[in-house]
Design a protein around this ligand. Structure first.
Ligand code: GRF
Length: 208
């Protein structure tokens, strides 16, 4: 047996920049046995991220690679890459990681990095997705978990969940409704990966 993967469980690491409620949903799904994985680390660019408290509470090592401490984006990314390599993770989960990853990192972890985005991609990629949805006037919104490629929120889609947009919604009420679905979608996508049930063919992800 691989001593780093007791009972064949996958090693997952999480990148998060802030509140970390999606990170918490993954922690909880691992604790309940829903996801056959061990969470081996949190990596964050933000020393003030509440996600760090969540990692501490769950006994998960947290590594801070503070963006502001590096002279260039390239230097930051090099340090981030080192921290990621150090996790020896099978899967990296971007759970509210608010920076665009450089091509070097995307290539190195290609096919084993997923991101949660609060919109039904390919609509409303990028920042403020919920605000974009309100302003556009869509009647249905939601969230997407996708594999990470070089684009912004463009990788193959693993799981989507939708919610209605109600007449009186504003950005924050819609965000709250979407967030509840994110907390279902992300653990499910991580579980499917950890059970080796994702089959990627070009843009399409088949679930075995
Ligand atoms: C979520 O809406 C996620 O989709 C987006 O950033 C937010 C992070 O929330 N990428 P949290 O830190 O997981 O609570």
């Amino acid at each position: 047996m691989d001593p780093e993967r007791p009972n064949n469980r996958k090693r997952i690491a999480v990148l998060a920049s802030g509140r970390g409620s999606n990170f918490q949903a993954v922690i909880d799904a691992i604790a309940s046995g829903e996801i056959p994985a061990v969470c081996v680390g949190l990596v964050t660019d933000n020393p003030g991220a509440y996600a760090i408290e969540r990692a501490k509470a769950a006994g998960i090592p947290a590594t801070v690679v503070e963006y502001a401490r590096f002279p260039t984006k390239a230097a930051y990314e090099e340090a981030l890459l080192e921290a990621m390599r150090g996790c020896r993770a099978d899967l990296f989960v971007l759970a509210g990681y608010m920076r665009i990853l450089g091509a070097g990192i995307v290539h190195e972890f290609s096919g084993r990095m997923m991101n949660i985005h609060p919109a039904l991609l390919p609509a409303f990629a990028g920042l403020h997705a919920q605000r974009q949805a309100i302003e556009y006037g869509v009647k249905v919104a939601g969230c997407t978990v996708h594999l990470v490629d070089e684009g912004t929120d463009t990788g193959p889609i693993v799981v989507q969940r939708c919610v209605p947009v109600l007449p009186d919604d504003d950005e924050s009420t819609l965000a709250e409704r979407i967030l509840a679905e994110e907390h279902q979608a992300l653990p499910l996508a991580v579980k499917l990966f950890c059970e080796d049930r994702l089959e990627v063919a070009g843009r399409r992800v088949r679930i075995r």
